[in-house]
Design a protein around this ligand. Structure first.
Ligand code: BG6
Length: 484
């Protein structure tokens, strides 16, 4: 099978940080179809050779085995080509069409790694130039809009040019092996399913903590914030994977239909619920990994009066039979104590206490997403700790480390997703109705937080976020896992 990957934003940040390394890995692993071409698109005036040299610089800083040897890069570079294109000039799309026609590949992927404000223009121009053909697939990066209305607008424009099954909306969390394992855990094993409901589960906690700050993306982040950047997409997709009903098959729409039902079951926010169960924070100066780091408002590109949240903790309520009364706590933030994404499923305590140990002490399943990928089942056992009281139990846990089991060098998220687009597999991509339902749910929070700093809580860089996040969950009688 032959493919052309047309990479809009071919010299941009995403191509540089994620896509080129992922394409190179797929090339190295031999999974990228041999008859392929990667056509970088940008306004710059570069020859193919100059583009290859530019991309080679990307790999210069890579350490260890991931760094290609000069010979290996030279072979990869044969795939790399460049086309100058000004996104607003129709004539440039005509030239692109001619270039693609010369090769007439089986599959043409239009990867829009550009600012989302350009998506509509590019789609319109592609359609006008006759570049939307049955062979075409279009890949859209997040953020797809900044609220429900702008998301709908993009989806409507895309829909005019492409059918839904040609549209690949990326949420790179779905490409992570650890997130796919979540589906495997729930739907590949019958063990957990009978327990996976309100009768047995007290609450579920989803944490996506980052120790990094906003890096060089200050200006982008300042107009985005953690709710749009992480909750509307990544965190809600994790909630869907945790809460959805078993799909009738592994087909893309069977999975997406079930995810959509979860998003539609999320109880809408009321002003009272926002006050009590939606916490936002912004990091101040602090210490991360032993190094002093500046506060958010001192980051390059960020307004010194910024009211943008860099931390969010929420209580989501899924109003259906399976989950009635089970809070789903979501927490994410920049400059937290560690890079650590994990899910904790807290099972209910035994209904009647015959031991002395507090019953909340174990009874939980921890799904580690990153940097470790694995499962921990925390149980109570008869330990040796207290020789006088044979009735006091000790928490122990079963620990399954997928990195050790399968090797840490598994297919990366972008590598997986790029190969899926080439193969036309939509399972790990987000449908427009899912996206709209997710925007609809976060929108009252966006409105409440827009342009004001009421209850915007400061937290020190390197901490676990504002104490209000702990107070929120404590009100329900629970605590975050690191507070146990
Ligand atoms: C991106 C966000 O979608 O995800 C970034 O825009 C964030 O702000 C990143 O850092 C986190 O991804 P990962 O794979 O490092 O957890």
């Amino acid at each position: 099978m032959s493919f052309d990957l047309v990479l809009f934003g071919g010299t941009g940040d995403l191509a540089w940080r994620k896509l080129m390394p992922a394409l190179f890995q797929a090339f190295r692993h031999g999974t990228l179809p041999k008859d392929g071409r990667i056509l970088g698109i940008a306004r710059d005036d570069l020859t193919n050779e100059q583009y290859r040299q530019l991309i080679q610089q990307r790999f210069a800083g890579v350490e260890g085995a991931k760094r290609p040897s000069p010979e290996e890069f030279a072979r990869f570079a044969e795939l790399l080509h460049f086309q100058r294109l000004d996104l607003s000039r129709p004539g440039d799309y005509g030239r692109l069409k001619d270039r693609l026609a010369q090769r007439n590949a089986d599959v043409v992927l239009m990867y829009l790694a550009t600012a989302p404000s350009l998506f509509a223009t590019v789609c319109e121009q592609l359609a006008a130039a006759g570049l939307s053909t049955p062979q075409t697939r279009i890949v859209l990066e997040k953020p797809l809009g900044h609220d429900l209305a702008s998301n709908r607008e993009i989806n409507d424009t895309v829909r005019k040019a492409f059918r839904e099954e040609q549209v690949f909306r990326i949420d790179h969390y779905l490409g992570k092996p650890s997130v796919q394992n979540l589906f495997a855990l729930r739907f590949g094993n019958a063990l957990f399913e009978p327990l996976w409901r309100r009768e047995n589960i007290a609450n579920i906690q989803v944490t996506i903590a980052e120790d990094l700050g906003v890096e060089k993306r200050g200006a982008f982040y300042d107009s985005t914030g953690a709710l749009r950047d992480m909750v509307q997409n990544h965190a809600l997709q994790l909630v869907c994977a945790l809460a959805m009903e078993p799909p009738i098959s592994a087909d893309a729409d069977a999975i997406r239909d079930e995810k959509l039902k979860v998003l539609r079951s999320l109880r809408p926010w009321t002003p009272e619920a926002i006050t009590q169960f939606a916490i936002r924070g912004q990091y101040g100066p602090g210490t991360v990994g032993g190094e002093p780091v500046p506060g958010y408002r001192d980051e390059p590109g960020v307004s010194p009066q910024s009211t943008t949240e860099t931390f969010v903790a929420l209580r989501a309520v899924i109003a259906n039979w399976r989950w009635a009364g089970v809070p789903f706590y979501i927490r994410t933030g920049k400059r937290l104590a560690a890079r650590d994404a994990h899910i904790v499923v807290n099972f209910r305590a035994a209904p009647h206490a015959i031991f002395r140990t507090p019953l909340g002490a174990a009874n939980r399943l921890v799904i580690n997403l990153q940097p470790r990928d694995g499962l921990e089942l925390h149980l109570l056992a008869q330990g040796q700790d207290d020789r006088r009281h044979s009735q006091s139990l000790t928490p122990v846990h079963l620990d399954l480390d997928f990195d050790k089991r399968f090797g840490a060098e598994r297919v990366g998220a972008y590598e997986r997703l790029l190969l899926d687009v080439i193969d036309g597999r939509l399972n790990l991509f987000v449908r427009s109705d899912e996206q709209e339902a997710a925007w609809r749910w976060v929108e009252p929070l966006l409105d409440a937080w827009q342009g004001n700093d009421a209850d915007l809580r400061p937290y020190a860089a390197g901490s676990w976020g504002p104490s209000a996040a702990s107070a929120m969950i404590a009100r329900d009688g629970y605590c975050w896992s690191e507070e146990l």
